[in-house]
Design a protein around this ligand. Structure first.
Ligand SMILES: Nc1ncnc2c1ncn2[C@@H]1O[C@H](COP(=O)(O)OP(=O)(O)O)[C@@H](O)[C@H]1O
Ligand SMILES: [Mg+2]
Length: 382
């Protein structure tokens, strides 16, 4: 049975066509990654599927039930962890979970037991009795994810579960996500990171401007893009056209200082050496030069011949002095820069409540206020 069936769903906000006729299916037990830059329509689609937002046109069904007509029944089978952690700052981790337990009508004892189990599993047991405001960004995300699992949903939506997290927190989220998947939870996961989609998803759908522009396995996408790339950030963007002429197979990226060279069949070190030698020979200085795995930027370059819409994958991260693959850099490529992984991306950090009976979903409603205060989420990337 299909867990999710989306057919020609459209949603417009004023001038913005957030969803432009999306078709997508997720089978029961499957993990699908919805990969796209900031503003692509990921959260809008998740909100439609979670019954928080009616589509303007088209149809969406969850386990055969219409998200508009059968909204209450749909809500009973889904869990959602929004893009921005929705935890009550004043309550402790344990209290947060118990509160969600009450909202889901668990008995006091069952809620307590389940809370303990989840605190343990999400590595929050030691911090369970501290107010959530003392938690790091990664801990908040884990707590938020735990709250959407108090009652085991048949289908879970994870909206950018690791955006803005440091590599260690990201790995922790990946780990618990994998456990859920092993338990057979059907998952629709949105992300800006190719690496994340590839790590977690059986199948990846690439979304851009509210439209699915490609679908396949991680390997399909990587085959299309090629393997590793040499990534170059020049000191001076004015040098780029000269560099592109001199370096064989060089391709410009959306950041005017950057270009990449696919490694293809050749040896990575060979390509790295050639690039370095060539640039030195023609007297061009680099800010950064390194080997990395493909990122969303590369996917878009391949699929559309251009960077993500408006360079969005990067700009949305809001890092002050980072190159346009900041997001990707945080994803564990062998990149040698010391830029910060996804700091200060604009998201609401606070708790807010909704009156629509879908408590774990309110994060998806949150707009863009700052969450730049999670200092341990701003580690340098090795
Ligand atoms: N409530 C809203 N009002 C106006 N515009 C919105 C609203 N929600 C989303 N949008 C716009 O719709 C587009 C898609 O947004 P969103 O689904 O949040 O993208 P993503 O989650 O992929 O970053 C963006 O251009 C965004 O600015
Ligand atoms: Mg979003």
């Amino acid at each position: 049975m299909s867990a999710v069936t989306v057919s020609q769903v459209r949603k417009r906000f004023g001038e913005t066509e957030a969803l432009a006729g999306v078709d997508l299916t997720v089978d029961e037990g499957e993990v699908v990654g919805l990969l796209g830059p900031n503003g692509a329509g990921k959260t809008t689609l998740v909100r439609v599927l979670a019954t928080l937002l009616p589509p303007d046109a088209g149809q969406a069904r969850i386990f055969g039930l219409n998200v508009v007509d059968d909204a209450n029944a749909v809500r009973r089978s889904i869990g959602l962890t929004g893009q921005h952690a929705a935890v009550d700052e004043l309550l402790t981790g344990r209290e947060n979970l118990r509160m969600f337990g009450e909202l889901f009508h668990l008995s006091g004892r069952r809620a307590g037991d389940r809370a303990d189990e989840l605190l343990d599993r999400f590595d929050l047991a030691d911090a369970a009795d501290r107010p959530a405001r003392t938690y790091s960004g990664g801990m908040r995300r884990r707590l938020d994810l735990a709250s959407s699992l108090l009652v085991r949903p048949r289908l879970l939506f994870l909206d950018e579960p690791t955006t803005g997290l440091d590599p260690r927190s990201r790995n922790a989220i990946w780990e618990v996500t994998r456990e859920l998947v092993d338990d057979g939870t059907t998952l629709l996961l949105t992300t800006q990171y190719l690496e994340e989609a590839d790590q977690l998803a059986d199948r990846i759908a690439v979304i851009d401007h509210g439209d699915i522009i490609a679908e396949g396995t991680g390997d399909d996408l990587k085959d299309a893009i090629g393997g590793q790339v040499v990534d170059v950030v020049l000191l001076d963007p004015a040098d780029r056209s000269r560099a592109l002429e001199a370096v064989p197979a060089a391709e410009p990226l959306s950041d005017p200082r950057r270009f990449r060279v696919p490694v293809a069949e050749d040896s990575a070190l060979g390509v790295l050496g050639t690039v370095a030698d060539t640039l030195r020979r023609i007297g061009i200085e680099v800010h950064d030069l390194g080997l990395r795995r493909p990122t969303l930027d590369d996917v878009f370059l391949e699929l559309t011949g251009d960077g993500p819409a408006g360079g969005a994958a990067s700009d949305g991260q809001g890092g002050a002095d980072t190159s346009s693959t900041t997001a990707g850099d945080g994803q564990g490529g062998a990149h040698a820069s010391s830029t910060t992984a996804g700091d200060g991306q604009g998201g609401a950090d606070g708790s807010n409540s909704t009156d629509d009976g879908a408590p774990s979903a309110d994060a998806a409603e949150a707009g863009g206020s700052a969450r730049g205060d999670d200092d341990d989420d701003q580690e340098a990337v090795a």
